[in-house]
Design a protein around this ligand. Sequence first.
Ligand code: ADP
Length: 200
Amino acid sequence: MFNLILFGPPGSGKGTQSDRLVEKYGLVHLSTGNLLRSEIAEKTPLGIEAKNFIDKGQLVPDEVVIGMIDNSLEQHRDAKGFLFDGFPRTANQAKALDKLLELKRTTIHNVLALEVSEEELVKRLLERGKTSGRSDDTDEAVIRNRFSVYQNETAPVADHYKAQHKFKAIPGEGSVEEISAALSEQIDKTLDRQQQEAFE
Ligand code: ADP
């Protein structure tokens, strides 16, 4: 199995790059943002609760998103691997994910972090807000709040994976193709290593 976390602040391009990587490597894409938005669209109790947090730029409670990920892992028992996008977003979520994967006798192999300046991020998010219909992308105050949540709660997730020697930063400014190539280079290294180990 090969499991990847695509890490980075709101607007860093995780969604765009995820689409390309799941296609190229045959991974199952697990985006907590997308899962939450579909719960909201279907007006489920979970969606209705989550919307209150999302509209303010706050995080949805850990137990809610961890439960969603647990369900998704169960639904795709025969997956070749998973690409986690927008999860884990807190140190608690990271610890919970480690445990869930351990139960499935697997682990996270790579954490690739897209690095983009805050100025560029705000520009991209406001631009996306014009067409995405996402209420959290139209208000600059909500966007700024998401950055401060990212700094305070999500940045520590990087340390969790640095300690496991799985973390690698990738420049997230440039063309979509250049960034995909840089991500693929890291993934290919890990896959080559996995193959070698399988022969040893
Ligand atoms: P972005 O990366 O642009 O902020 P996402 O689609 O990943 O967009 O997330 C949108 C919102 O959904 C977040 O601001 C947050 O409120 C909620 N959310 C998504 N993933 C998580 C998560 N793992 N934990 C808590 N809240 C989450």
